[in-house]
Design a protein around this ligand. Sequence first.
Ligand SMILES: *Cc1c(COP(=O)(O)O)cnc(C)c1O
Length: 412
Amino acid sequence: MADGSVVTTFDPYAVRAQFPILSRQVNGRPLVYLDNAASAQKPRAVIDALTATMEGGYANVHRGLHTLSNEATEAFEKAREIVARFLNAESPEQVVWTKGGTEAINLVANGLGLQIQPGDEIIVSEMEHHSNIVPWHLLRERRGAVIRWIPVRDDGSLDMAAYADLLGPKTRMVAVTHMSNVLGTINPVAEISRLAHAAGAQVLIDGCQGAVHATPDVQAIDCDFYVLTGHKLFGPTGIGALYGKAEALEALPPYQGGGEMIETVEQDRVTYAKPPHRFEAGTPPILEAIGLGVALKWLTQYDRAAVQAHEHALYQHAVDRLQGQNWLRILGQAEGKGAILTFAVEGAHAHDVAQIMDRYGVAVRAGLHCAEPLAKRMGVTSSTRASFALYNTVEDADAFVDALIKARNFFV
Ligand SMILES: *Cc1c(COP(=O)(O)O)cnc(C)c1O
């Protein structure tokens, strides 16, 4: 840290060595993996935990009264506790397993939809991922909800004054991302929550990026709901979590019906289990949940501030080296942003840029990044994105810049 108050021993090379995939080659070059905002790679600890569970402690959860089921149940519920601690939730009962970030938001939107009146308003921002837009569009189409948009300023920050003006007596929900998967902007989510609550609205924070790169403290943010996805947190696919305040979850009707989410089922009536089980119909993603727990334990062994500083240093190194390249337009330069570098190359399509970079072993994403309204707002039809994680190194950042300049030279 700049003030010298934290001594870090963070070593990205030691982290990197724990990821088997990072030592492979792509197109005859060492892999430079910079598509972390789309999905992160998995450390040995997670890979081994999944194998060990399948080999030694697997059965369905909650059902059996036999040893394996009890062991699996214990590991599964332990993982829920780990997520609760990771989010600084008051209790594991506030953590609902979902299959990812998308399902978590749909779960909330679906429940809210049953209670919404035509003309009720949902506020989102122009920088949302489609996962935090389309579920609200469904409420617009099916229930007559009105979607209102917080504008994004030219630097990639939210226009908070405009946000304050959007809030009103009809606002039911404010659903905003903690961190933009395109611009890297980290939003003032505690302030967003405070203003929404003052207007009597609920708040959902999409933490699919924020949980990885910012501080996902749900009590400090004071949100009603917080969403994360496992595969971006170095865990398996097919697992995510919805945090909800106890009273917010209690007020939410069930999402899907099936086994394990009920209290009693009769021919002419049904009663539901308490949260979180009310929202977990059917056999849950058992292995995936256990894997996510292991991933979070693995991740939190590192000092979060040191990791963020490391990622940001890589981002800054790449930006500094690209200084003065007037063919390059970087999208998003908000104060305090995270390590996502999204850009447009003059005269080249983003897909072509990414494909040429792949020839040099550099994996980046190109397109709309599931955020079409944001692309429109920033005035681009597509862009290319390099997103850094804790296992990236300064060599990766250099390989990225070198490959980008070669790609650019291809088009002039
Ligand atoms: C990845 C992402 C999502 C969707 O998560 P899934 O795991 O694909 O369901 C939602 N919001 C943001 C900001 C994301 O980055």
